[in-house]
Design a protein around this ligand. Structure first.
Ligand code: K1U
Ligand code: ZN
Length: 168
């Protein structure tokens, strides 16, 4: 098990479009295990492989209050999306900032698990929002892209300043 480094906005690597997973092998299972460890430690309710600089279509999540409902989605697809709701979103790649984003509140998803077993399921509320947020990461998109240019540029400047201060 290992904690992985999480990339921060505006790192250009966060803009990479992830590739389909075609091998369900031990290295994938190791990455899934490391991503869960990194997500729980952060703490976060989701993590996309893109955020840890691995550009494959894989995400981990656990939206339960008890942190005991881990879910891993490989090659996820949204088959249907209905309704919409506005929810405050955060992002481990945009630390310290929470903003309202409007997304579908009910989705039907098809995805494989880490062993390659394909299934379909429905999600709503925070689970649906989290899946859409993480799938955006796999397409190189961040929640700040839904904000005005002014807000996004303010966040970019503040994060760059913080990174500079950290570097000494
Ligand atoms: O993608 C990420 O960076 C993870 C992100 C997921 C997310 C949060 C909110 C709405 C949509 C997607 C986070 O987990 S940010 C941290 C967070 O929301 C949280 C952390 C601890 C407890 C509860 C929530
Ligand atoms: Zn995020």
């Amino acid at each position: 098990m290992a904690l992985l480094n999480i990339l921060h906005f505006p790192d250009p690597r966060l803009r990479t479009v992830a590739k389909t997973v075609d091998e369900f092998d031990e290295s994938l299972r190791q990455l899934v295990s490391d991503m869960f460890e990194t997500m729980y430690e952060a703490p976060g309710i989701g993590l996309a492989a893109t955020q840890v600089d691995r550009h494959i279509r894989l995400l981990t999540m656990d939206v339960s209050e008890t942190h005991n409902q881990p879910r891993c989605l490989v090659n996820p697809e949204i088959l249907q999306a209905d309704g919409d709701e506005e929810m405050d979103e955060g992002c481990l790649s945009v630390p310290g900032f929470y903003e309202k984003v409007r997304r579908a509140d009910h989705i039907r998803v098809r995805a494989c698990d880490q062993d390659g077993t394909l299934s379909e399921f429905e999600a709503e509320g925070i689970e649906a929002v989290c899946i859409q947020h993480e799938m955006d990461h796999l397409d190189g998109k961040l929640f700040v892209d839904y904000l005005s240019n002014l807000k996004r540029n303010r966040i970019r400047s503040k994060l760059l300043k913080m990174e500079k201060q950290k570097a000494g």
